[in-house]
Ligand binder design. Structure first.
Ligand code: PLP
Length: 367
C-alpha cells in the first residue's frame, strides 16, 4: 500500500498529523466548543427562504466582494467599523490561512503562546510559516512584560494572541495586546472566537483598532452564533489589511449559499445569541462543581472549562464516552476540557463524572 511517505510531499509536511478532534456522534457532545442549542425554527425558516432566493441565480458566480455580508458583519461588530474594515471566509480557520498567506509564508515566522488553539500551528505549517513559541505566566496569563520580552527575543513577523484562549479560557488584556503591538513591526492577530462569552462589558481588541493598521481581530459564527456547520469566520482590520487578503483568497471563495445563510443568521443575531447567557451559567456551574469534585478548573471567559488534577485523562475520557458523553483531551497532561452545553447536557456530564469519582473513592483506584 502506498503511504504518505512514498509521495513527493513537501519536506516540511513530512511527519505531521492533521487536525484530529474525534467526531463521534453521541448523546452528549461537549468536545469542540459548539453552541449545543439548536437554531430556532423561525430563524431556520428565514435562512431557508434566503438560500432559496440565492438558488434562483446559482448559475452565476456569487458576489466576490460579499458586500452585503460585510455590511451585516460590520453592523454586528459596531465600533464604527464599515464594510471596508471587514473580511470573511469559510470559518475563521480560512481567515487565519489568508492572514498567513499574506503576511507569513516561507522565511517568515509567527509567535504564539501555547497552550493555545491547535489549528494556529497547523495552518502556520500549511503556509510554510515558522512556528515560534513563548511561555505563559502563572495561570496561563500573558502579561505585557511576557509578551514584550518574547517579541524582543524572537523578532517574529506575526504575533498570535487568542482571547479568551482555547483551551484554557484565559483572557488577554488590551494592555498586553497594545504592548505587543508597540513591541513589533509585524502583524498582531487577535483570535476572539469566544468573545461573546466574556463577561458583559469586557474589553475587546476591537477597541484598539483605531490607529493600529497592523492589528487584526478575528471572530467566528461557529461558537456563540450556533452556526459551526455553515463555516463563516471574519475579521476586522484596517482597509489596507483587507486589500492584502484579496491578493491571496481564491476568487468567489464564499459561496452564494453561505453568504445568504450568514446574512440570515445575522439578521436574527439576538435570537441566535439568546442562549449565550444560559451557556455562561452552565460554564460557571462547571467551574464550581468540578472544584467540588476535587479537580482544578481554570476560570474561563469562554464556553468551555479546562480542568486539571485528572489522574488518568484517557480513562475518564473513555468511561464518559462509554456513557455517550464526549469531552476533549487537549494533550495537556492530567487535564481535560469540557464545553458548557445545555443545562441537561452539563448536568449529565457532571453526574457521570461524580459517579466515576465515587467509584474511585469506593475502591481506591485512580480515576
Ligand atoms: C473554534 C475556534 C475557531 C473557529 O474556527 P472556525 O473555522 O470559525 O469554525 C477559531 N479560533 C479558535 C481559538 C477556536 O477555538
Amino acid at each position: 500500500m502506498t503511504s504518505l511517505d512514498d509521495l513527493p510531499i513537501r519536506d516540511d509536511l513530512r511527519g505531521m498529523s492533521p487536525y484530529g478532534a474525534p467526531q463521534a456522534h453521541v448523546r452528549v457532545e461537549l468536545n469542540v466548543n459548539e453552541n449545543t442549542h439548536p437554531v430556532p425554527q423561525a430563524v431556520v425558516d428565514d435562512i431557508l427562504e434566503r438560500v432559496q432566493g440565492a438558488l434562483t441565480s446559482i448559475n452565476r458566480y456569487p458576489d466576490r466582494e460579499f458586500v452585503s455580508l460585510r455590511d451585516a458583519l460590520a453592523n454586528y461588530l459596531g465600533h464604527g467599523l464599515t464594510r471596508e474594515n471587514v473580511w470573511a471566509a469559510n470559518g475563521s480557520n480560512e481567515v487565519i490561512q489568508h492572514m498567513l498567506q499574506a503576511f507569513g509564508g516561507p522565511g517568515r515566522s509567527v509567535l504564539a503562546f501555547p497552550p493555545t488553539y491547535s489549528m494556529h500551528k497547523i495552518i502556520a505549517a500549511g503556509s510554510g510559516t515558522t512556528w515560534l513559541t513563548a511561555e505563559r505566566g502563572p495561570d496561563f496569563a500573558i502579561t505585557p512584560e511576557i509578551a514584550v520580552a518574547a517579541i524582543e527575543l524572537q523578532s517574529p513577523d506575526m504575533v498570535f494572541l487568542c482571547t479568551p484562549n482555547n483551551p484554557t479560557g484565559t483572557s488577554v488584556s488590551n494592555e498586553t495586546i497594545a504592548a505587543a503591538y508597540a513591541a513589533t513591526t509585524g502583524m498582531v492577530f487577535v483570535d476572539e472566537a469566544y468573545a461573546e462569552f466574556s463577561p458583559q462589558g469586557s474589553e475587546t481588541a476591537l477597541d484598539l483598532l483605531a490607529g493600529r493598521p497592523r492589528l487584526v481581530v478575528s471572530r467566528t459564527m461557529s461558537k456563540a452564533f450556533a452556526f459551526a456547520g455553515a463555516r463563516v469566520g471574519y475579521l476586522a482590520a484596517d482597509p489596507a489589511v483587507i486589500d492584502a487578503l484579496r491578493l491571496v483568497r481564491l476568487p468567489y471563495h464564499l459561496s452564494a449559499l453561505t453568504q445568504a445563510a450568514a446574512e440570515g443568521a445575522l439578521a436574527h443575531a439576538s435570537e441566535m445569541l439568546a442562549m449565550v447567557d444560559d451557556i455562561k451559567i452552565q460554564r460557571d456551574l462547571l467551574v464550581s462543581e468540578l472544584a467540588t469534585l476535587g479537580y482544578t478548573p481554570y476560570p474561563s471567559d469562554a464556553n468551555f472549562v479546562l480542568f486539571g488534577n485528572v489522574a488518568n485523562p484517557q480513562r475518564v475520557f473513555d468511561e464518559l464516552l462509554a456513557q455517550g458523553i464526549i469531552i476533549r483531551d487537549v494533550g495537556i497532561p492530567h487535564h481535560l476540557r469540557v464545553t458548557a452545553g445545555t443545562e441537561r447536557e452539563t448536568t449529565e456530564f457532571l453526574t457521570a463524572l461524580a459517579a466515576l469519582n465515587g467509584a474511585k473513592n469506593a475502591n481506591g483506584t485512580q480515576t
